[in-house]
Ligand binder design. Structure first.
Ligand code: FUL
Length: 493
């Protein structure tokens, strides 16, 4: 190639790249740690459900000892379709079934144990509730999760290495015989007293080494490449350190995986995460609609109120995590009417509150938007398109967005979202309202992430400012909303 040609090529490439920069690249540069496509889709589900149903439902226990007579398991009107329909109608997008809880009783006819449905009265031992469950979820287009308790109080080998082979064999059954499974749930409760094949003793294991989790996780991903794995420490979805459904006020989806391990993590750390975390591990807030995880008749009057569930929704979905709500079927095999009623009212409050974005016709301005390019302009925060977003120029890490409404508008709920496919960035922000020509701060916050829902006392204004004070990269916002709560009772702030 002649010198002239090399120069011509160089100038052409420079020109093309300058033009495309002017137009703006379709993406802002990503943070180092970002979610996988499966994780984004999972987070977008916002609400998932748990079904705790097993031999405990019939023995009225929370943690069965492992010595239960299998004949006790006998749901008379099992209606898996009802579980799925109830869950779906309250906004749940995936259901997770306790295929095996700590007592070791299996809801499918596992070939590796007798402590299962095959020795129960249900369908004279010919039943398979995992099969019924996956079929019903697929029929109603819900995603599917399975819970396989690592701790097994029935198995004679629990505590020895042979049990790990047993556990993995059961995983193989669940992950090869039932089609695509979207989530597997590894509980952190470990070791203690139990039946253990008749030994009736206490067995302690070392949480950090006993299960050889690395090998198990590899096996799970080999069997189901798109599956997401939940445990205290992920790798894909993590516990938030409590069972009351509340993620930290500050909540990072990023966390340092070497600081946590299954069954042995610092709960305060799990509840917050950290901005410089090495991995993206979604927070999942598990909580039961009743005091217990399994059904107990005595708790029929102790079902959480719709307002309590709404409060949990704000503390989970509204803090950048996923809400995992447990709905335990009763002895007949259906979700109790008291629970169903609460769920319907809960859903009504959420739907009515978030039906109309009062900012959807607002005029949005910012003190900076990337390359002054339409693609990153502030009006993308109200265009109802989750893919579009406002972002600043390189090097700008604080900015102000002004949202101007046509008239004075009453609202008491604020929604903010970051386009998380580029990572989680914002660490300090304020929401201000124009109060007779001076800005009054109505909320000071830290993280936003996938979704931040803010509850304030009702205000009536026409101008709102979102002030982004600190971010670990140029800030970007994909969605902003103002809403008026439909809660009849005084809302919890
Ligand atoms: C806990 C278990 O011990 C409970 O029984 C329940 O399954 C809950 C979701 O996780 O750690």
């Amino acid at each position: 190639m002649t010198i002239f040609r090399i120069f011509a090529l160089f100038f052409a490439l420079t020109f093309i790249s300058a033009c495309s920069t002017k137009k703006g690249s379709p993406d802002i540069s990503s943070n180092k740690v970002v979610p996988s496509t499966q994780q984004i889709l999972y987070q977008q589900m916002e609400m998932v459900g748990f079904i705790h149903f097993s031999i405990n439902t019939f023995t009225n226990k929370e943690w069965g000892y492992g010595d239960e007579d299998e004949q006790l398991f006998n749901p008379t009107e099992l209606d898996v379709d009802q579980w799925v329909q109830v869950a779906k109608s309250c906004g749940i997008k995936e259901l997770i079934l306790t295929a095996k809880h700590h007592d070791g009783f299996c809801l499918w006819p596992s070939q590796y144990t007798d402590h299962s449905i095959k020795n129960s009265r249900y369908k004279n031992g010919n039943g398979d509730i995992v099969r019924e469950f996956v079929d019903a979820c697929r029929k109603h287009e819900l995603k599917i999760g399975l819970y396989l308790s690592p701790w097994d109080r029935n198995h004679k080998d629990y505590g020895n290495q042979t049990y790990i082979t047993y556990y993995r064999n059961q995983l193989k059954e669940l992950l090869t015989k039932y089609g695509e499974i979207n989530e597997i749930w590894f509980d952190g409760a470990n070791g203690g007293d139990g039946f253990y094949g008749g030994a009736n003793e206490t067995r302690k294991i070392d949480n950090k080494t006993y299960y050889y989790w690395d090998g198990t996780i590899k096996l799970v991903k080999e069997l189901q490449p798109n599956i997401l794995i939940f445990s205290d420490s992920g790798p894909d979805i993590r516990w938030v350190g409590n069972e009351n459904g509340s993620a930290g006020e500050t909540f990072w989806s990023t966390i340092n995986r070497h600081k946590i391990s299954i069954g042995a993590s610092d709960v305060n750390y799990l509840n917050i995460g950290e901005p410089k975390g090495s991995h993206w591990v979604i927070g999942q807030c598990d909580v039961s609609i009743r005091p217990g995880w399994f059904y107990h008749e005595a708790e029929d009057t102790l079902v959480k109120t719709p307002q309590e569930l709404v409060d949990i929704y704000y503390k989970s979905v509204g803090r950048n995590a996923v809400f995992l709500l447990n709905l335990p079927p009763d002895k007949t095999g259906e979700i109790h009417p008291n629970d169903v009623k609460v769920l319907q009212e809960f859903k009504k409050i959420i739907d009515e509150t978030f039906k109309v974005n009062l900012a959807s016709n607002a005029e949005c301005n910012a003190d900076n938007y990337r390359l002054n390019n339409e693609m990153f302009s502030p009006d993308h925060i109200i265009d109802d398109d989750p893919e579009s977003y406002w972002a600043t120029d390189d090097g700008i890490k604080s900015a102000e967005l002004i949202i101007e409404l046509n008239d004075k508008t009453d609202f008491d709920r604020i929604l903010i979202q970051e386009p998380i496919k580029f990572g989680q960035r914002i660490s300090k922000f304020e929401v201000q309202i124009d109060n007779q020509n001076s800005w009054e701060t109505v909320f000071e916050g830290t993280t936003i992430g996938y979704k931040r829902l803010i509850r304030i006392n009702p205000v009536s204004v026409s101008k709102i400012k979102l002030k982004i004070i600190e971010a670990n990269n140029i800030p970007a916002i994909s969605n902003f909303g103002l809403f008026k709560s439909s809660e009849k009772k005084k809302a919890i702030l």
